[in-house]
Design a protein around this ligand. Structure first.
Ligand code: GDP
Length: 574
């Protein structure tokens, strides 16, 4: 988001559902890589709780009888999956990363395809060494869907005969039925966090509608992300016939809302459709208007489903609103038995920093963070619509730290801590556009000792001064820092920041967030823990669809709740 923009315009059953995450094939991929030391710990875990396991199985049986077929296989491997997670969750004792990928599941339970050249994108398979094990393994249905998608992308991707055929169709000015390939083109808008949220949303839309996702790479976003799909590209070729993709806006006449307004298309199922345009622009930015928001209605999805090319510009994580579209409901449930895993799994699948950025990330991590026993990430984002003095914000962070026991208190009388204490080392990673927060924390632990005797070191990789999302190196540093935050054990992030959402989603953590200031005053509640890992949809559509069915009603309420950090927003939860 831009700094100046006011954005504010069932326990066992649940476990069974969350457990649809493994199949025997995935077990095979992962199990041999587990170190024998960790195996022993896991065996100890299960051995200590045979009664619990038996009761869990007996309680699960009646539920399974009513579940669709694919739940069956996965549910019975749940216990194994839990064992697995226990085994791989622990890293080496000193907090450093294990030196061999063999001890980690580099394919993330089948999420990632093995068909890539490892050297071309080191982060893809090496991130597993740095990230904590995922709290949610992908469902076998998601794994199957991703492999199917990859095959479709290879068949329809740029420079294939089917792509060329689709370009001819695009030039004809009309959509055609029975095209083999249909596309959604994502265009960048706003800051990097916003971009990643909308890109992940676009990818899920592509999965749900069998479209191929292509991205318009602008100068500021070159050498940022690796290719996510094997043996093909997702980069829109430069000779794509529609130019000026970055100049799309709410007034663009090809936007879905404007086509409806001008009666160029109809979303009335009774209207006989003579012809549909060859492409439609989807304007799903935070300032979208009523007619554009109809994108989230079933009838409108039926119309859009007949259009071969869609071009999207968005700065939102619009996934929560998919749950109001009946046509997507079953598929979403099968793909993601745990709703709060959606962003986490898809961002780990899709976003892999290029080797340039991976070099920055690993050099920094290995030099400063790796050796500490604990890494605490503090992401500080100041929005112009919620100004706050730096001292007030630092006091808020310190109050949060005290409340949640995150950073050690300092010894005000500056006595040396008792020598009998075994010193633990804590690395504090501050990310911010500004340097003053780092300075304050660093001098605090330089000038004073920690009461606990812990050794606290403070680091900040960059302080860019202001947001410059139009600059490539600026965006590369931003992605590097999002990744570094995602390697932390504990995160404190700023409310409403998409930069923060992406880092905690990648990490698979529920961070504490710092509520934003009102009337220049820090929030009285210093921080609150997010209840779900999912990002917040800042401006949900809240519209009535045809037949007066309102998008934001009871059905949706089963899946979403109000965001803890923004009253107008909604987010998915389990
Ligand atoms: P949001 O505005 O907090 O929702 O996050 P965005 O990522 O969409 O936009 C903010 C942009 O400002 C980032 O993409 C970066 O370009 C820049 N930025 C903000 N905070 C930081 C930071 O801590 N480190 C770096 N390197 N850049 C930042």
């Amino acid at each position: 988001m831009k700094e100046s923009k006011v954005v504010r315009d069932e326990v066992c059953v649940k476990r069974v559902q969350q457990s649809t995450t493994r199949d025997p094939e995935m077990e095979e991929i992962s199990t041999p890589r587990i170190e024998s030391k960790k195996k022993t710990a896991a065996e100890g875990w299960s051995a200590a709780r045979p009664g619990v396991v038996l009761v869990a199985c007996l309680m699960t049986l009646p539920v399974l009888v009513f579940l669709p077929g694919h739940y069956w296989t996965s549910s019975f491997v749940w216990i194994n999956a839990v064992k697995m997670t226990k085994r791989i969750d622990k890293g080496p004792e000193d907090g450093s990363i294990p030196n061999s990928l063999a001890s980690k599941d580099k394919l993330l339970g089948g999420l990632l395809s093995p068909n890539f050249d490892e050297q071309s994108c080191l982060s893809r398979y090496k991130s597993a060494l740095y990230h904590k094990a995922s709290p949610h393994l992908p469902s076998s249905y998601l794994v199957h869907k991703l492999r199917t998608y990859e095959a479709l992308h290879k068949k329809c991707g740029p420079n294939t005969p089917l792509y060329k055929k689709s370009i001819e169709q695009l030039k004809s000015g009309h959509s055609m039925e029975l095209m083999d390939c249909n596309y959604i083109i994502w265009t960048p808008y706003n800051g990097l966090g916003n971009r990643i949220l909308s890109l992940v949303s676009a990818f899920l839309y592509a999965l749900l509608t069998d479209r191929v996702l292509l991205i318009h790479v602008t100068e500021d976003s070159t050498d940022l992300w690796c290719e996510p799909f094997p043996d093909t590209t997702w980069v829109l070729p430069s000779d794509f016939p529609i130019k000026d993709l970055t100049k799309l806006h709410g007034g663009t006449k090809e936007s879905y809302g404007n086509l409806l307004r001008d009666n160029k298309i109809s979303n009335n199922p009774k209207t006989v459709v003579v012809s549909l345009p060859s492409y439609i622009y989807l304007h799903l930015e935070h300032n979208y208007q009523h007619l554009d928001r109809l994108f989230f209605c079933d009838e409108d999805q039926m119309v859009l489903g007949k259009v071969n090319w869609l071009i999207l510009q968005s700065d939102l994580y619009f996934v929560p609103s998919f749950f109001s579209i009946p046509a997507f409901e079953d598929e979403l449930r099968w793909l993601f038995p745990a709703r709060e895993s959606i962003f986490h799994l898809l961002v780990r699948y899709l976003i892999h920093p290029t080797n340039t950025i991976w070099g920055m990330v690993t050099r920094y991590y290995d030099s400063y963070l790796a050796k500490s026993n604990e890494r605490i990430g503090i992401q500080i984002r100041i929005f112009q619509w919620a100004p706050i003095g730096s001292d007030d914000l630092i006091n808020q962070i310190l109050a949060c730290s005290k409340q949640e026991n995150l950073l050690p208190d300092i010894e005000l009388e500056n006595r040396n801590p008792s020598s009998t204490n075994v010193a633990r080392s804590k690395a504090v990673l501050v990310t911010s556009l500004y340097q003053e927060y780092f300075d304050k924390f660093q001098s605090m632990y330089y000038e004073n000792s920690a009461k606990t005797g812990d050794l606290v070191s403070v680091y900040q990789p960059s302080h860019e001064g202001h947001q410059s999302s139009e600059k490539q190196f600026h965006n590369q540093k931003a992605l590097a820092e999002i990744y570094l935050l995602s390697f932390c054990d504990v995160l404190v992030t700023s409310a409403v920041s998409t930069f923060g959402y992406v880092s905690h989603g990648l990490a698979g953590l529920k961070p504490w967030f710092l509520p934003y200031a009102k009337n220049r005053k820090a929030s009285e509640i210093p921080c609150i823990r997010f209840s779900s890992m999912e990002p917040c949809l800042h401006t949900p559509p809240r519209i009535g669809c045809r037949g007066n069915r309102t998008v934001d009603t009871i059905k949706l309420q089963r899946h979403v709740r109000t965001c803890e950090d923004l009253g107008e927003g909604i987010k998915l939860f389990d």
